[in-house]
Structure formats: C-alpha cells, structure tokens
Ligand binder design. Structure first.
Ligand code: SF4
Length: 226
C-alpha cells in the first residue's frame, strides 16, 4: 500500500481525543475539501507491504490505539481491509477515519469508523454515500466539519432526518480550522467560533458533541506528524 507517514502522537479528535495513538496515513484522496489540512497526503508517499506497516506500528506501540487515516484510506480497500484485520488480531483498538464517499461495507465490524459527512461549504457537498448508513455500527462516530450557519443547519437537519443519534456512539460537530493557521495555538483560527456553535447546539437541543481538534491547540497548527 502507498503510505505517507506512520507516527505516534495523541489522538486529536473524536471521543478518543487525548489518548496516545499510532497513525497510519495512507496516500491519495478523491476529494478536495476547502479546509483540508492533509494536502501533503494527496501524492507521494512510499510503497510498503502489509508486514512492513505492521512492523512499524508494533515498533511504535505494542498495543493500544491505531488510526488508519489519509487522504482517503478506503481508496486502497484491497490492502487496507487486511491491514485492519491483522491489527485487530494483534489486539489493537483500530479507528478508521474516512470521508464517507467510498463504500464501507467491507470494513471489519470491530473497527471504529469515524465517518465524515461533508457539509455545503466544504467544497465537496453531497459526497456522502447514503448506503454507508447501513454499514454503521453502534460504536462508530459521524463527523461534520462546519464553517458557518449554513453548514450547521445542514448538519442539524441531516442528524434529525436520519435519526443518527440512534445509529452511532457519537455525532461530532467540529469547527473548521483555517488551513493556513500557524504559530499561535489559538482558538481564533477556527472558521466558526466554538462559542457560537455551542449556542446553536444548545438552542436546537442537537445530540451532537462539540469537537475541537486538540492537536492544533497543543502543537503549532501547521506542525505535521503530531
Ligand atoms: S477528504 Fe479528508 S484528506 Fe480528502 S480533501 Fe477532504 S479533508 Fe482532505
């Protein structure tokens, strides 16, 4: 499989935020989100065998949490499904971060899927494959990255119309971060003020979790491999 980087850091998002985690970032993405902070993963990388990836993960951590991310990891479904199966067999808790456009039916059920639903101002609206709702497990999480009120209302209505709170463990509403942000570890880099978003969630009584990308508040927002 084509791999951009493998590293160990703290998980920055989802309900696993704050926990030590090994990240396996695969190369390539089929979308071009306006706020993407992983453009460096669109090309390049290096080919690695399944055994080489497993060996590097084990070198970094003998157990615990592993996240498969990208880019879009399910573009390499033929390679990444066996990788997830082997990681599960080895006793890791496996997270899969995916953009929701690729079919997810073949993902092993024990994997925790963190699935994006792209909002109108992502630049990639209407890319979520609705049939993926049927592949969701109760431990999975759905993530909406929001830039403004239009994105919020789309997410709010999507959550209600598809009864998402009954399908998954967590619904994450995450303010988009300025992709050019660097230097100051500052919440003002959020395109949507978290305080404003908090008010909307409370006013509408939405069963969503306000989710901040804590790695961008711990390290320089432009830092890679953290
Ligand atoms: S799906 Fe993820 S990696 Fe791909 S462009 Fe969007 S944010 Fe970037």
């Amino acid at each position: 499989m084509q791999v951009t980087e493998i590293y160990r850091s703290l998980q920055g998002e989802s309900t696993y935020a704050g926990l030590a985690c090994v990240f396996v970032r695969l190369t390539g993405c089929n979308l071009r989100c306006s706020w993407c902070d992983s453009e460096f993963s669109f090309s390049g990388g290096k080919p690695m065998t399944l055994e080489e990836v497993l060996g590097e993960v084990a070198r970094l951590s003998p157990g615990g949490l592993v996240e498969i991310t990208g880019g879009e990891p399910m573009l390499q479904e033929r390679e990444v499904v066996p990788l997830m199966e082997e990681l599960l067999k080895a006793g890791y808790r496996v997270l899969l971060e995916t953009n929701g456009e690729r079919p997810l039916a073949q993902v092993p059920k024990a994997v925790v899927k963190i699935v994006d639903v792209k909002c109108p101002h992502s630049g990639e609206p209407n890319t979520f494959a609705l049939e993926n709702l049927a592949a969701l497990q109760p431990h999975d999480e759905l993530k909406f990255v929001l830039t403004d009120r239009t994105d919020y209302e789309f997410a709010r209505d999507f959550v209600r119309n598809h009864a998402l709170a009954e399908r998954v463990h967590a619904i994450l509403f995450s303010p988009a971060f300025e992709k050019t942000a660097s230097g100051e570890r500052d919440i003002s880099h959020c395109q949507l003020d978290p305080q404003t978003l908090a008010g909307w969630i409370l006013a509408d009584n939405i069963p969503a979790r306000l989710s901040l990308q804590i790695h961008k508040l711990i390290w320089d927002p432009a830092a890679k491999g953290v």
